[in-house]
Design a protein around this ligand. Structure first.
Ligand code: 5CA
Ligand code: ZN
Length: 409
């Protein structure tokens, strides 16, 4: 699958700081990507509806990760998937009397447009679940051969007991795992499973549903977690730096993915850090396609909202916080964008030498974007109040904001 075009990232003077980021598995900050190449996998969309601000906030967090790494002159291997076959996609297509492939293609195209407008850096490898199937099948076959998987009425399940590290990503107790599994695509109540938490690796073909050749597994389609594992192992291998997604992916998705990969390879860990963004809500509930309480990026764009203002609205919240989208959030961002644009459009201004370092320091410390915005706010306020004589300053500010925050002034 093709991704979307990259916006330019201006080089800044000096060199950025190494990223310290909160890892869900250890519950503390870790310094990631010690080497010259940083490897990151970010879970992509299930394309049955348009990109909402919750998605955008999560992708914004992982875009910042990359901007910090680029500033430290690292190369980045960035992989993202598209879950272009899964139950919710088929359900939505059936509801609307639409072909599921058409729905997936249309929504993926809209996602690309939204990501481009928001200046999110594209993945180097953008891979759909369907195109990954030939790589998924042999992995499931290997898990069956080694006894880490078993067949139940034609469906293949992963045995969570096959990984001694199972449970370490999310750190949840069994009861909570069971509840979340039922909520998030699992089937803990299905009789005959070895462990109620065992997730499906391969679903045998169902009447009226699309299916693919599964070799010795028979016709069917892949489970959700093995999709991301196959794509990550193919393009990044074990022990990559960051596995990213929203906090609703910590369990079961990232927990199961880690266990699949660890059981497959006998190596540990799957990812060195599991990084999760908070949930964006609307009207008191998590924004979600299934609930329908959504604000779409594309709707705001159509209404004439500057994508740079949308991006500033996201950046005003720490990525780990849960927060609510309101009209006020957007109004504040629009006003900030205007202030910043006015401040950098003057021929000179107060020195911006310390600003680059302040923004670097804020972002390298667990992506503290609100602190980075505050630093730019202070420079803009000084520009407004007293001005300055540094002719290079407005340019430095706008390059810093562009390179590190992805906002074009
Ligand atoms: N295709 C899978 C991942 S392999 C999936 O979860 N797709 S998704 O379309 O449901 O979500 C895409 C990303 O947006 C995930 O990282 C998810 O955690 C995140 N996300 C979904 N809803 C919200 C929300 N309300 N706030 C923040 N992030 C969200
Ligand atoms: Zn995923």
């Amino acid at each position: 699958m093709h991704a979307w075009p990259a916006s330019d990232v201006p080089a800044l003077p000096g060199k950025g700081r190494d990223l310290r980021i909160h890892d869900t598995a250890t519950g503390g900050p870790v310094t990631v990507a010690p080497g010259p190449v940083a490897r990151i996998y970010v879970c992509g969309i299930t394309p049955y509806d348009a990109t909402h601000l919750g998605h955008a906030a999560t992708y914004n967090a992982f875009d910042l990760v990359q901007r910090v790494w680029l500033d430290t002159k690292r190369q980045i291997e960035y992989v993202q998937n598209v879950t272009d076959i899964d139950d919710p996609l088929l359900e939505r297509a059936a509801r609307d009397g639409e072909d599921w492939t058409g729905l997936a293609e249309r929504e993926t195209a809209l996602f690309r447009e939204d990501m481009t407008a928001l200046r999110m850096l594209p993945p180097r490898h953008y891979i759909g679940a369907v195109e990954a199937i030939p790589g998924i099948v042999p992995l499931v076959e290997r898990l069956c051969d080694s006894g880490a998987a078993y067949v139940l009425d034609g469906d293949v399940y992963f045995s969570v007991e096959a990984d001694p590290h199972f449970g370490e990503v999310s750190g949840l107790d069994t009861e909570t795992m069971r509840l979340l599994s039922a909520e998030r695509g699992g089937d803990p109540e299905r009789p005959g499973k070895k462990n109620p938490l065992d997730p499906m690796l391969w679903m045998a073909a169902r009447e009226g549903e699309p299916s693919w050749d599964g070799g010795s597994l028979g016709r069917g389609r892949p489970g959700w977690h093995i999709e991301c594992v196959a794509i990550a192992l193919d393009h990044l291998g074990m022990g990559f730096d960051v596995q990213g997604g929203g906090s609703d992916l910590a369990f079961p998705h990232h927990e199961m993915g880690a266990s699949h990969a660890q059981a497959l390879t006998g190596e540990y860990p799957f990812a060195k850090a599991y990084v999760h963004a908070g949930m964006v809500g609307l009207d008191g509930a998590k924004m979600s396609k299934s609930k329908g309480n959504l604000v779409f990026v594309s709707t705001l764009r159509r209404e004439g909202v500057d994508p740079a203002a949308i991006r500033l609205a996201l950046l005003a919240h720490h990525y780990r916080a849960d927060w609510e989208w309101t009209d006020q959030v957007l109004e504040t961002a629009v006003a900030r964008l205007e202030r910043w644009r006015a401040a950098v459009s003057r021929p000179d201004g107060p020195s911006a030498a310390s600003l680059v370092e302040e923004v670097r320091e804020a972002l390298s410390d667990d992506l503290d974007a609100p602190a980075a915005l505050a630093a730019v706010d202070r420079w803009a306020a000084l520009q407004e109040a007293t001005g300055g004589t540094d002719e290079g300053a407005p340019g430095v500010v706008s390059r810093t904001v562009d390179a590190l925050l992805g906002v074009a002034l």
